[in-house]
Structures are given as C-alpha cells and as structure tokens.
Design a protein around this ligand. Structure first.
Ligand SMILES: C[S@@+](CC[C@H](N)C(=O)[O-])C[C@H]1O[C@@H](n2cnc3c(N)ncnc32)[C@H](O)[C@@H]1O
Length: 224
C-alpha cells in the first residue's frame, strides 16, 4: 500500500503531524524505514519493465540520467550505472542517500528536496522518478514537471510513476512510520506533462505486482 487510492481513504488527517512540512515528514519517514522499504519493495516486475523502457531510450555509449527519489539506489541507479550510464541520484532522506552511496559507488548522490534542487537546462538524457513524486504535495507536482522538462536534453525522456484515483493528499501510518502521499488526477498529470512540452510515448495505469496499489506510469519525451 505504497500510494493509497485516495478515493478509498479518509481525507487528509489534521493531526499534529500536519504541522510538519510534507518534505520533512517524508525524509524522516524514509530515514526510519529505509531497510524495511528495500526488503519489502526492492523487487517489482512492473518497475523493471519501465526501467527497460528508460534504458532503451539512452545512448548506447552511455547517457546522463537523473534518478529523482533514488532511495537506496537499488535497483534503478545500480542497474543503469552497471550499463555504463552516468547516474545522479537525488533523495531527501539521509539514510537513503547513505545506503545509495554504499550500494552504487559508481553513481553520484546528493541529498536534496527534488522540488528545490537545481540543474542546468539540458543536463540529462533521461530522468527516472519511480514511486517518488507521489510523496510531493499535489500542488507542487506541476511546477516540478516543468523543471524536469527543462533539465532534459532535447529528445530526452522522463519515465516514472504518478498517483491514480481521486486527487488529494493523505498522511498516516505506513510501513511502521508516518508518511505523506499526494497526487493529482490522471488527466491533470497528463496535462502538466503536455503543458511542459513533453510528448507521451507510453502511459498506462498498472497494478503493482508486489502490493495492492496502482500507479499511472508514463514515458514521455521532450521535443528534439
Ligand atoms: C517509494 S521510495 C522509491 C525509491 C526508488 N525510486 C524505488 O524505485 O524503489 C520514494 C523515495 O523518494 C524520496 N523522496 C520522496 N519525496 C522526495 C522529495 N521531495 N525530494 C527528494 N526525495 C524524495 C524518499 O526519500 C524515498 O527514498
């Protein structure tokens, strides 16, 4: 239950935890459950299929890839680095970044909020965002997509997962910690992508193979 279908959940909990900023809550939560997350969700055939699409889009000689919300670097940063791509992983959690650096010494990792981090325009051949933007407040997801589009080279590709179901935000107990989730409706997410100049190559709502959850998966490309 990584990204609950918000239409099947209670509305946002106005508990004391809501006084924390969502990004602090998420980072602190993953600091607590970094190992439990990897053990529970480290393998997914669905994610692997979309990683394959990202790999197919990269230059054979090696591309520059940004892994947003890279977690412990397994499997995405690890697999891309092993194929000779230059991977930059970004994560807000200290513990995830520590693990990523240990697990994938060939990649570069920085601890930062993906909404605040800055890169030059046209820095990356591809951006991966697997199960991570679903932790960003809904209202910040459109502006984040605009930034991602700017960071991509012309012809570059974004592959990632977004939330499904009724839009909203949810905070509560998850994997033994307190976690924040948020998303827009599918049509709104697709409009943000299109408004950012990203053209859809593939998109589908898919059920996870390792949990009771569905995501909107997208592979989009920036006009060459
Ligand atoms: C569900 S895990 C996904 C990890 C990995 N991408 C995977 O495929 O398993 C979400 C990760 O995104 C990170 N994350 C969530 N919101 C973030 C934000 N605003 N800035 C940076 N990292 C964030 C979390 O710390 C966590 O490591």
């Amino acid at each position: 239950m990584r990204t609950p279908r918000l239409d099947a959940r209670p509305p946002v909990c106005k508990s004391s935890t809501m006084t924390s900023k969502p990004e602090h809550l998420v980072a602190a939560g993953y600091d607590e459950v970094a190992d439990a997350y990897l053990e529970r969700f480290g393998v997914s055939a669905v994610r692997q299929k979309w990683v394959g699409r990202l790999v197919d889009s990269l230059p054979a000689g090696g591309g520059r890839v940004l892994d947003l919300g890279c977690g412990a670097g397994i499997p995405v940063a690890r697999d891309l680095a092993a194929l000779g791509h230059a991977v930059m992983g970004v994560d807000g959690s200290t513990q995830q970044i520590l693990r990523a650096g240990r697990n994938v010494p060939l990649a570069t990792f920085i601890q930062a909020d993906m909404c605040d981090v800055q890169f030059e325009a046209g820095s990356f051949h591809a951006v991966a965002a697997f199960y991570s933007i679903t932790h960003v407040p809904a209202v910040q997801q459109g502006p984040l997509i605009l930034k991602i589009a700017r960071w991509l080279k012309p012809g570059g590709v974004l592959v990632g997962s977004f939330g499904t179901g009724a839009p909203g935000e949810w905070i509560g107990e998850w994997l033994g910690t307190t976690m924040f989730f948020g998303h827009n409706g599918e049509a709104e997410t697709l409009k943000y992508l299109s408004d950012a100049g990203l053209i859809v190559r593939n998109s589908s709502i898919e059920r996870q193979d390792n949990e009771e959850a569905s995501f909107l998966w997208i592979e989009v490309t920036k006009e060459a």
